[in-house]
Design a protein around this ligand. Structure first.
Ligand code: FE2
Length: 290
């Protein structure tokens, strides 16, 4: 199968062009643009750059709606090959051990309703916008609350876990505290919560590692020989309400943030971590606002 010369030229100049832009520039339909983009990737093998996007700490239903809308808008433009939900997608406050003896804090909250809301509000739109990306669903400490509940009350086993309540057929589920890699990038929800958690992660794992969990942005770069890829621990912010009930207006260092990356054929990468401030962010000269 041959890609028309004019279309190929456009993609050679910009291998990461999205299908909307390609259809506009080449004067072809969006479905043809998608087809040729896929073919171009296959024919160019290892030299082609893969795109990925990762968000975590959504804490649905205590999420930040504006940040999520911005994320969806960017996702439409970006068309990633990889999409990672890096843990604490759901808050699961109604089964939290911290709320056990405080019924007022869980008043009206139901796990079933939260699962339904998350499926409709987050997973379904992701599937609509990015049906073909390779997807990962990390179990964060908040999703792990279902396991803790089952440890206390084993009769719930099989009923309350995420796998039994969400449509995760297109996702690889990453167990709690497990790390995955894409090329030379490593990803973990995160467990360390100390002041220098990024340093701790890069030293413990010995890899270039991205973590969530702390809801803030922090980077620690290790020494490395000249011209080698620097090894960093990178902590990425959250997509949740920055003032949940239990914080009681206490100042914190949380930021609304996600990350996206380009991975080269040899596993090396470039990554970007836009921070959303007051419901807006500019990425690649485009204003995303909610
Ligand atoms: Fe979290």
């Amino acid at each position: 199968m041959k890609i028309p010369d004019g279309v190929k030229e456009i993609m050679m100049a910009n291998p990461n062009i999205g299908r909307y832009q390609l259809s506009k520039e080449a004067g072809i339909s969006e479905s043809d643009a998608r087809f040729y983009a896929k073919l171009f990737k296959e024919q160019n093998g290892k030299t082609v750059i893969k795109r990925g996007i990762a968000i975590g700490d959504i804490h649905f239903p205590d999420h930040d709606e504006a940040s999520i809308r911005i994320f969806f808008d960017f996702l439409k433009d970006f068309e990633p090959d990889y999409l990672l939900l890096t843990g604490d997608q759901m808050d699961m406050g109604c089964i939290s051990g911290f709320n056990k003896a405080k019924p007022k804090l869980t008043e009206g909250k139901r796990l079933k309703r939260e699962y339904r809301g998350f499926q409709r509000g987050i997973l379904d739109p992701i599937m609509d916008i990015s049906p073909d990306s390779k997807k990962y669903f990390f179990i964060g400490n908040h999703e792990y609350r279902t396991n803790r509940l089952i440890e206390q009350s084993p009769q719930y086993e099989g009923f309350i876990e995420v796998e039994n309540n969400l449509d995760l057929e297109s996702y690889t589920v990453v167990p709690f505290n497990e790390c995955i890699n894409l090329g030379e990038m490593y990803f973990i929800h995160g467990d360390y919560y100390n002041k220098y958690h990024s340093e701790k992660n890069v030293r413990v794992y010995g890899k270039h590692i991205f973590n969530w969990h702390c809801h803030t942005n922090q980077i620690f770069t290790m020494h490395s020989p000249i011209n080698r890829l620097p090894r960093q621990g990178v902590s990425i912010g959250c997509m949740c309400n920055k003032n949940p009930d239990y914080k009681r207006n206490k100042p914190n260092n949380w930021v609304h943030q996600f990350m996206y990356f380009y991975m080269y054929g040899n596993g090396q990468f470039s990554y970007y971590t836009p921070i959303i401030v007051n419901n807006r962010v500019v990425i690649n000269d485009k204003l995303y606002e909610a």
